[in-house]
Design a protein around this ligand. Sequence first.
Ligand SMILES: [Zn+2]
Length: 419
Amino acid sequence: MRIHFLGGVREVGGSCIAVETDYGKVALDYGIKVGEEVSNQFPKDFDAVIISHAHLDHSGNLLSLSRGNPVIVGSRITRDVTTDLLCDMIKIQNMNGNHFPYNNQDVDNIKKSWWIRDSVALLGMSIQLYPAGHVAGAKMTSIHVEGKEILYTGDFCLHDTEILEGSKPENLPQKPDALIIESTYGGKTRLPRNELVDQLFRQILRTIERKGNVLIPAFAFHRSQEMAKRIDQAMEDGIVPNYNVYTISNLAHKITGYFNDYKQFFTQEIQQQKQPFNYRHVKELHRTGQIQEPAIVICTSGFGHAGASLRLLTEWATDEDNSVVINSGYLPPESPLKIAKEKRELIKNGNKIPVQAEVRQIELSSHADQRELIQLVEALEPKRTFLVHGELEQAELLSEKISGITEVYIPERHETISM
Ligand SMILES: [Zn+2]
């Protein structure tokens, strides 16, 4: 059996790993890099493609497979959100007047080829999916083949959040022959989550006291719903006083509908609520023109590149009473949010405008931090561990910490390991 590391090694983005025997070939994820286009860089002769979750760096290249009737395996939320995000990608390409070789028929093909199941037997391989935490519907994948056990984590976390339980190491295959683990935060330990949530509430309260606006750019999938539910619950509990709170993103609103429909993916508490993502204090708007200020607004895009978040960022940044809360750990180098935070400026119609608003980064990340990564390795005791989905420096920092427990390897792109 061979493992090929095709993408998403020594970096974050474009994840794809092939597991191959003489009889069959399976892909673990099929992603693109942030800001890059769908490409034909990966092989297409897979018997099945397993998608860990609906982030495009794990699923965005599926369009390039859409005309070959692939078998795609993943959870229902992963299927529905991935296909929505791919439709959105096609829409943006067409709006920008680019020649994009894919259309909604290709997305339909992907949807039709999708198997929603947690266990698949295929060509001598026994494949099993397990909850990964991270985002709704995210799964880890184990492949039992030729007497060996491989476990691929995809993106994961062990910590619980307000809406989602973390992955449970005790339910995963113990002592696998190979663990392929993400290492995004291989060298970083974050503050406990409740302290980060406290920071968020303190920032909101400070801004409310001066009657300012709070802008929270967030991804349409998961971050947006998690943030809306968190603030909704805080208002219900009296932690945050009543204030106008809005979400603006048609895509996010559509995904919120899936969250209400597929409650089984979430915590017990969420499952007991009738329509858990029909908020009591948070209203869904379609346009920024409908906002009644002062307000807290959760909107796309997550990096402030476009849409409502760019418009509000430019409009609100010049007022020192306002706040911008960045909840993502990673920001692309040229993103308006990064420039606003680090250089305290924005570019509007070619002119620089100074940023007066408070810009706070509160990393409510859905990835495991170094402590959780070590905890998983300690719990599973894998024979060999391959570090992927992390900058080389992060992977090396993690490697130092776990090399006493397992044989660690940081593969290079296109490297093949035989087992
Ligand atoms: Zn992810």
